[in-house]
Ligand binder design. Structure first.
Ligand SMILES: Nc1nc2c(ncn2[C@@H]2O[C@H](COP(=O)(O)OP(=O)(O)OP(=O)(O)O)[C@@H](O)[C@H]2O)c(=O)[nH]1
Ligand SMILES: [Mg+2]
Ligand SMILES: [Zn+2]
Length: 340
């Protein structure tokens, strides 16, 4: 087909897609034949690259999505509507729920947590980081509201993540601290902001670009339906910014995401949980037993590192809990025991 226009899906809602192209934004529907292709994930999501044909006289429909480029990666969570009855067998066989793509092809995800108000739940952050590792999406940690705590308290909370190898930015949307550094990270990239409600994601966007967060917020509010928060993120353009690095002066795209506390982790075997902790994974080869669970075995390099303080106890505990959970899931699969 000729005359197809390439674009980026910046909004997806109830079968309507807004596609950003060099020739402007088009409201599109999906070509019927594309829907026939079976996939265990959303067919088209925000962040997907597509090719559209124009529709003349289509009323509000200005284009049809004809082709969807293969997705490189996706930030996904459990579909909020997936309750009882919607469980299915994932490709590795576990009983679980459907995934919902939050954003396709993000360059990275920024996990925003407040240093205080609300108290940071770092267990949640550890799980989110595992989700990002599993989905092969680079992660950045943003410690916001540094104005509410002393500098040393902020570092006591979040420095371990820097030691693990993640980039940590300390910010205050209120005082403006670190906002430029965050802006530099978002410019020229496709980013998702994820974190607990009240952490300050929307405020940070407003601090870096007036009105940016407001736009996002209106959208997220409008899509809240009933008991489940339906997260329909939208990509909004982030201005380029002056920076030492040439490549960050371009425009970027960011999705603010309210109400996400966990990413989809169901596709993970208990034996591989250690692989998604960058502070633990390199030690595993030094354990005496190749199938070491790093809990009860002798000569375990991971436990030794925890005792020596090379791996933080907090991170080790997060590992143990996550492994136990996934062991239960695996047992349920093998023995056919249903969840209560
Ligand atoms: N003291 C202080 N307050 C902040 C800061 N950033 C945000 N807040 C406040 O924290 C509250 C929550 O901020 P939001 O930006 O709405 O938080 P959010 O992460 O977008 O929350 P959801 O949209 O519910 O997920 C607001 O009252 C903000 O004014 C900060 O850096 N310092
Ligand atoms: Mg918000
Ligand atoms: Zn071990």
């Amino acid at each position: 087909m000729s005359d197809l226009v390439e674009g980026l899906v910046i909004k997806a809602q109830s079968g309507f897609f807004t596609v950003h192209t060099g020739e402007g934004d088009f409201t599109c529907r999906l070509r019927g034949r594309l829907k026939e292709k079976w996939r265990d994930t959303d067919l088209v999501a925000v962040g997907d690259r597509v090719r559209i044909s124009r529709v003349e006289d289509g009323g509000m429909i200005e284009g049809m999505i004809e082709e969807v480029a293969e997705r490189e990666r996706a930030l996904a969570r459990l579909a909020p509507s997936a309750g009882r009855g919607s469980r299915h067998w994932t490709r590795r066989g576990y009983l679980s729920e459907r995934e919902q793509v939050i954003i396709a092809n993000p360059d990275h995800v920024v996990f925003v947590f407040a240093c205080a108000e609300p108290e940071p739940r770092l267990r949640m952050l550890d799980r989110l980081l595992v989700g990002a590792e599993l989905q092969e999406i680079p992660a950045v940690v943003c410690a916001n509201k540094v104005d509410l705590v002393s500098e040393s308290d902020a570092h006591d909370l979040f420095d371990i993540y820097q030691e693990v190898g993640y980039r940590v930015v300390y910010t205050s949307a209120r005082a403006g601290t670190g906002v430029e550094a965050l802006h530099e990270l978002l410019a020229g990239r496709i980013s998702a902001l994820v974190g607990p409600s009240g952490a300050g994601k929307t405020s940070l966007l407003n601090a870096m670009q007036p009105g940016l967060g407001l736009r996002v917020r209106e959208v997220s509010r409008a899509t809240r339906k009933g008991r489940h928060t339906t997260v329909v993120p939208q990509l909004v353009p982030v201005n380029g910014c002056a920076s030492d690095r040439d490549d960050t002066t371009e425009q970027g795209w960011v999705a603010d995401t309210p109400g996400i506390r966990a990413l989809a982790l169901f596709d993970m075997d208990p034996e591989e949980v250690d692989a998604y902790f960058p502070d633990i994974a390199p030690l595993v080869a030094d354990c005496r037993f190749s199938d070491c669970s790093h809990t009860v075995e002798p000569a375990c390099a991971v436990k030794e590192a925890v005792e020596e303080g090379a791996v933080s106890e907090h991170r080790y505990e997060s590992y143990v809990r996550l492994r136990e959970e996934h062991q239960k899931l695996a047992d349920m699969y093998w023995w056919g025991i249903d969840e209560e």
